[in-house]
Design a protein around this ligand. Structure first.
Ligand SMILES: *Cc1c(COP(=O)(O)O)cnc(C)c1O
Length: 361
């Protein structure tokens, strides 16, 4: 199925913020992509329309039982002035992975990619150009059937909104302090930790607020069963370098989000010939490595920050300081390599970027 995308242009255009005024997720562009699903029709009526409030029945399933998924990716304006999406196919694939777990009908990947390219093309002028800035893309699927029973909904809405965002590190990269929580958990085996769904975020707020009040930037989540193995850091995947081994928790438990940045970092490090293990790592192993001096680097990976260095972990009253609180060599190398591909200052040898041609407005 490849119904053409209908376009209704916005009557008025918003003022675009200057690059220096950009923050995260507060300003949205003039248009959004929308498509509907009904059991009998499948996904239908793909369209681009003026950005604006949705009309939802108060009984809509998403508002009661949280049947919804989302994703987050970015478009960058390269040094050459051209706009590129970073690994959009991988993000669409993950949106569908999340959707299946939440009993939401998946999208046709090709059509979904086309819609992203078309929408960003129409809003091309909204893509900022200063290094570090980008256009954040938020695809979302919600169950909009007005029905209070508990079962998968029969109707859905897919929409994509765009937000120009500022540099994650306006004052340069700084290692963050993280609180290891053992009182709350984010996910359990068999749960929905591997799906990008709002409930995981709602469930994480309490612990994150606790950590913030105690002076930490984020929390490090341990596994839900034994509260022993490392899962994720805040809303990022986590990686550690102990001795000459780079370690990241495996996807096989289904408790961590299969991050696209995680995948990019793993691919690059394997190409660089590093010893990379996807295995469980106990927080006690990390504390021991810190004590014997073999804990070299810890960082988080995610679309928003790309790479976020961790300078300190607090666990059961113990302070685990990493690399003297400074940014590690590999942390920096990974950041530079990924950002280089995103802004086309380095060759894209993996075919990770998809150029956007843009149409006349
Ligand atoms: C989105 C997300 C990530 C990072 O995924 P990327 O594809 O790298 O942006 C990691 N953990 C959680 C919980 C997330 O929601």
């Amino acid at each position: 199925m490849s119904e053409p995308i209908r376009i209704t242009r916005a009557a008025t255009k918003k003022r675009k913020p200057k690059d220096s005024e950009l923050t995260f997720g507060t300003v949205f562009t003039d248009h959004m992509f929308v498509m509907d699903f009904q059991e009998a029709k499948g996904w239908y009526d793909p369209r681009i329309e003026p950005y604006g409030p949705l009309s939802l029945d108060p009984a809509a399933a998403v508002l009661h039982y949280a049947q919804a998924v989302f994703d987050g990716l970015k478009a960058f304006r390269g040094r050459d002035g051209r706009v590129r999406l970073f690994r959009p196919q991988k993000h669409v694939e993950r949106l569908n992975h999340s959707a299946r777990r939440m009993c939401i009908p998946p999208l046709d990947p090709e059509q979904a990619l086309k819609a992203l390219v078309e929408l960003v093309g129409l809003e091309k002028d909204w893509v900022p150009s200063t290094v570090g800035t980008s256009l954040y893309i938020r695809p979302t699927i919600i169950a909009n059937e007005p029905f209070l029973g508990v079962r998968p909904a029969k109707s859905y809405m897919y929409y994509v909104i765009l937000s120009p965002v500022g540099a994650y590190y306006p004052e340069g990269m700084n290692p963050v302090k993280i609180l290891v929580v053992d009182k709350y958990v984010r996910a359990v085996e068999g749960g929905v930790g591997g799906a990008k769904t709002g409930v995981n975020y709602a469930a994480s707020l309490y612990a994150a607020e606790d950590a913030k009040h105690a002076g930490f930037t984020q929390v490090l989540w341990l596994d839900g069963r034994e509260r022993k193995y490392i899962d994720e850091v805040g809303t990022m995947n986590i990686m550690l370098k102990i001795g000459d081994e780079v370690i990241t928790p495996p996807l096989s438990q289904g408790t961590i989000l299969p991050g696209v940045t995680r995948d990019s970092a793993l691919t690059l490090m394997r190409e660089w010939g590093l010893r990379v293990s996807e295995r469980q790592v106990a927080i006690d192993e990390v504390a021991r490595a810190a004590r014997d001096g073999s804990l070299r680097e810890v960082w988080g990976t995610g679309t928003a920050a790309v790479i976020s260095p961790v300078g300190e972990l607090a666990y059961k009253g113990e302070r685990i300081v990493i690399g003297g609180g400074k940014i590690g060599e590999l942390t920096k190398k990974l950041y530079d390599a990924i950002v280089g591909i995103q802004y086309a200052t380095a060759p894209d040898t993996h075919g990770w970027t998809v150029p956007v041609e843009g149409r006349a407005t």
